[in-house]
Design a protein around this ligand. Structure first.
Ligand SMILES: Cc1cc2nc3c(=O)[nH]c(=O)nc-3n(C[C@H](O)[C@H](O)[C@H](O)COP(=O)(O)O)c2cc1C
Length: 179
């Protein structure tokens, strides 16, 4: 077991058992998410944990590519209100994406399955999801992570491709063969 295996094992899981995800497990995912870096440590992220079956159904109804039946969802949002500094409001997508990736990796490490379903920058999806989650003005959704205990398995893999890497300047090959 390599210490990086959990990164390669993370795959988008779209089939789930009916088992509920325990609060303690959800809290561990949120702890991992909030360990992410953010520009000037502004931590704009907010998380909506969704477990109400009706609300999950409504989310599935408006999300064209999030029809999977999951026991829970976490929407990673950003709060763009409040005092402004140099970066507030500028890097929220990067900040919330870093938090989301941490969350996905934590889910894998804890034996859960999860899939990132995109909301931003699709204005119509942002509006629909904001309505269902009752987000106040100034709080914007980045995505919806559907999660639960997995009912499908996918192989671990890296998508490493040395052709995508250059040395010192664009176009100079990095390594064509793994030694
Ligand atoms: C920004 C973003 C949006 C995505 N949106 C969806 C989505 O709406 N529905 C879905 O099933 N998967 C979605 N995915 C998952 C990708 O399809 C998936 O990561 C990709 O096919 C690679 O597969 P893997 O996650 O198993 O490595 C999204 C991923 C990202 C990063």
């Amino acid at each position: 077991m390599n210490s990086l295996d959990f990164i390669f094992q993370r795959r988008s899981i779209r089939k789930f058992t009916d088992d509920a995800v325990e609060d303690e497990v959800l809290e561990q995912l949120l702890r991992a998410a909030m360990a992410a870096p953010s520009a000037m440590n502004t931590k704009p992220w907010r998380f909506i944990v969704v477990r109400e079956p009706d609300r999950l159904e409504r989310l599935r109804g408006v999300m064209p590519f999030a029809k999977m039946k999951a026991a829970a969802a976490i929407s990673v949002c950003a709060d763009l209100r409040g005092p402004r500094n140099l970066v507030t409001g500028k890097f929220w997508q990067q900040d919330c994406s870093a938090a989301t990736q941490n969350l996905l990796l934590a889910a894998t490490a804890l034996g859960l399955g999860a899939v990132w379903c995109g909301v931003a920058p699709m204005a119509s999806l942002q509006k629909a999801v904001s309505g269902i989650l009752e987000l106040p003005a100034g709080v914007v959704p980045l995505n919806l992570v559907m999660l639960g205990y997995p009912a499908e398995e996918k192989p671990a893999r890296t998508q490493y491709d040395p052709e995508l890497v250059y040395l010192d300047s664009y176009g100079t090959p990095w390594k064509r063969e793994i030694s």
